[in-house]
Design a protein around this ligand. Structure first.
Ligand code: MLT
Length: 312
């Protein structure tokens, strides 16, 4: 009886609205990716997928919420590289990034950009580095909390220049961007999915992209490597998860809906406009995400420990 009801549930799935938890504030880069993917997946599944933004503590508040949600396929979780750095950054997490989640698939790798308020007194990265070192107690750096991508990029930056900076945490880089546009903070490292429009509108200054090669939609922006910080590379990978224990037939349905979304011409075009692209189809699978998450946790642990960047 149990087996048949589980099978019946899987066959009827989805027969009501699905919630996709985004662990950062609305209007930021993670939210942008989530809304594009959710809209297209919803079309494929013939069910609405609504976004719920649960911000705070670099994405770990949202993750904790999903870890405790019912494993019925009606709560999904879209998170990025922060899901692999949190286990090292937070020594007292209420969940395990691997054990409490069912991977569905990888989504996209998003480049980051170093950006500053419009009238920041540096015309290129070399001048920014000099200014920041000379004014290290005065400049302010924005991030989305310990565990966010902007925090990780900031940690790498401070390690590279050998200087601790004052950081201002937000519930997402959507709100942080508002203060950057208003000149309330000096600079940040944020994803092209959030900065491309402001860069093209010349509302903020940009000093480099954190990828090995230049970003096609921002052809005039040098890589950090070219601009003066050799080997400075970080790309923000994103994955889709469900709570551990979500039935395999449901996970498989979600994985194929994700693969559909990543082939959707509208999703591909919007990603391209925002400096990124969907992962190859064979990476939008539970196994590919499971493997990648584990290797990223192992990759970042020693780097974080060396930087001494702990949240608790
Ligand atoms: C966001 O969506 O606000 C960003 O992903 C925050 C971050 O990770 O820097």
């Amino acid at each position: 009886a149990l087996l048949s009801s589980a099978l019946a549930h899987a066959q009827q799935y989805p027969n009501k609205t699905i919630t996709m938890i985004v662990p950062f504030a609305a209007g930021g880069p993670t939210d942008t990716v989530a809304r594009l993917v959710a809209q297209s997946m919803g079309t494929q599944l013939k069910q609405q997928i609504i976004i719920e933004n649960v911000g705070g503590a670099g994405g770990t508040i949202g993750a904790a919420r999903v870890a405790k949600a019912a494993p019925d396929g009606y709560t999904l979780f879209l998170h990025h590289i922060g899901h692999s750095t949190a286990p090292t950054l937070y020594r007292k997490l209420s969940y395990n990034s691997i054990d409490n989640f069912e991977p569905i698939g990888l989504i996209t790798d998003v480049p980051m950009t170093f950006v500053a308020r419009k009238d920041f007194p540096a015309k290129d990265l070399k001048e920014l580095l000099a200014y920041v070192k000379a004014n290290k107690d005065r400049v302010t750096y924005a991030n989305a909390g310990v565990g966010s991508a902007s925090h990780l990029c900031g940690m790498l930056f401070m390690t590279a220049i050998g200087t601790e900076l004052t950081t201002v945490p937000y519930k997402g880089t959507g709100p942080a961007m508002n203060d950057l546009l208003g000149g309330q903070i000096d600079f940040m490292c944020d994803q092209t999915t959030n900065t491309t429009g402001q860069i093209k509108g010349e509302k903020i200054k940009v000093y480099g992209v954190t990828t090995k090669s230049r970003v096609p939609s921002l052809p005039n922006v040098p890589t950090m490597n070219e601009a003066g910080l050799p080997g400075f590379e970080v790309a923000v990978w994103h994955g889709l998860y469900a709570p551990k224990g979500t039935p395999k037939p449901v996970v498989d349905k979600l994985a194929s809906a994700l693969q559909y979304a990543l082939k959707d011409p509208n999703v591909k075009q919007r990603f391209a406009d925002l400096g990124t692209e969907p992962v190859a189809q064979n990476r939008a699978t539970p196994e590919a995400l499971r493997t990648h998450l584990k290797s990223e946790i192992d990759k970042w642990a020693p780097i974080i420990k060396k930087a001494g960047a702990y949240a608790d």
